[in-house]
Design a protein around this ligand. Structure first.
Ligand code: PMP
Ligand code: GLU
Length: 394
């Protein structure tokens, strides 16, 4: 029977990052020795002080509804973090804590978009942005970049894509899937265009802590001027920085009317994010940073170690990342060498025949690429590289 479903649901695609992760998990459960490089999820466990804080909160009876947009302690911890790391000043009424940065982004798009509003997205992009924009009635407008441009959109490209319907731009730096990071000067130029045309900036900074360059170069576009502060919705969370993907805590910092709008939505959608997870997040932001710092160091060490190996695989053309925990690799040549018409087919064969799960670039808007995550046990990652090398030899 063909059960009727909403047009809204029929018009969006399932998440390819989550699909590949689920497929690898299924294969593993069936006894197949598959190595999953799909999920962008730290392989470290959540630091113990965070777990203890969450357990302690439950023992103390903090097991009830909280304020929809988050407990005051967590908002304060986020405000202090934004001040210390990014020189940004916010009031509690400018902070929205949600059920993961994904939910926060969803609420943001629902709050700023009307049907037909255009949102500019540089390609490649994280799989979820276009679908969330469509769910808000918006129209994603893609701006192509390329390997030689470090996959970064210039201010000129941005301005050319602006129409009277443009409402927002999505920036994600350090970037998923490329690992590229915009410099202060690049952000300033993009910001000038946003200001000139009155365009909101959704600045997804979830990989902020995973930046491998000089930390003083890393800035939030919101910090560059008062006008950009007003226009920017900063998005961040604990998933990647504190190995807390399952806890589902993310936040937005923005102008009061935007945060109030997002709060009304969450009132009718989720209510508050899980209470004990919020207490855990307080410990993440206010506790000792030595363990999280050691995770960032480990990711950088892996990147430095594995990048040259990847480069040496025939037909693989990776770009050296400056942040996050992904390699984004042009494998058009590799797919051709193996006789595949598409990289999607190549990636399928990598999974079926070499037992390595990678995410095809098509989901990120660049179908000649694959993304692999080195937020993976390094011994397994190395084994996966060997499998890919052998796959290319045979
Ligand atoms: N933004 C980007 C760019 C991401 O890669 C992710 C990964 N899940 C998220 C947002 C959402 O993170 P979460 O919902 O786990 O906070
Ligand atoms: N953001 C991560 C990724 O890109 C986790 C999966 C998801 O939520 O898309 O792999």
């Amino acid at each position: 029977m063909d059960l009727p479903l909403s047009r809204r649901v029929q018009e969006i695609a399932a998440s390819p990052t989550l699909a590949i992760t689920a497929k690898a998990r299924e294969m593993k459960q069936a006894g197949i020795d598959v190595i999953g490089l799909g999920a962008g999820e730290p392989d470290f466990n959540t630091p113990q002080n965070i777990i203890d804080a969450a357990v302690d909160s439950m023992n103390k009876g903090f097991t009830k509804y909280t304020a929809t947009t988050g407990i005051p302690e967590l908002k304060q911890a986020i405000i202090d973090k934004l001040k210390q790391d990014q020189f940004l000043t916010y009031k509690p009424s400018q902070i929205f804590v949600g059920t993961g940065a994904k939910h926060v982004l969803y609420c943001a798009f629902q709050t700023i978009l009307n049907p037909g509003d255009e949102v500019i997205i540089p390609v490649p992009y994280w799989v979820t942005y276009p679908e969330q924009i469509k769910l808000a009635g918006g129209v994603p407008i893609f701006v192509e970049t390329g390997f030689d441009a470090d996959f970064k959109m210039t201010a000129v490209d941005f301005e050319q894509a602006i129409t009277p319907k443009t409402r927002a731009i999505v920036l994600n730096s350090p970037n998923n899937p490329t690992g590229m990071t915009y410099t202060k000067e690049e952000l300033r130029a993009i910001g000038e265009v946003a200001k000139k045309h009155g365009v909101y900036i959704v600045s997804d900074e979830i990989y902020e802590k995973l930046y491998y360059g000089d930390k003083s170069d890393l800035v939030s576009i919101a910090s560059l001027s008062d006008a950009l502060y007003e226009l920017t919705i900063v998005i961040n969370g604990v998933s990647k920085a504190y190995a807390m993907t399952g806890w589902r805590i993310g936040y937005a910092a923005a102008a009061e009317p935007i945060i109030a709008g997002m709060g009304k939505l969450a009132d009718h959608m989720t209510s508050n994010p899980t209470a004990n997870a919020q207490y855990g997040a307080v410990a993440a932001y206010t506790g000792d940073q030595a363990i999280p710092e050691s995770m960032y160091q480990a990711f950088q060490d892996r990147m430095e170690r594995f990048y040259p190996i990847l480069e040496s695989i025939p037909g693989f053309k990776p770009k050296k990342p400056s942040g996050a925990f992904y390699f984004f690799i042009d494998v058009e040549e590799a797919a051709k060498q193996k006789g595949f018409a598409t990289v999607d087919a190549f990636a399928k064969s990598l999974l079926d025949d070499a037992f390595v799960a990678v995410v095809p670039g098509s989901g990120f808007g660049m179908p000649n690429y694959i993304r692999i995550s080195y937020a993976t046990d390094p011994a397994l990652f190395e084994q996966a590289l060997d499998r890919m090398k052998d796959f290319m030899k045979n």
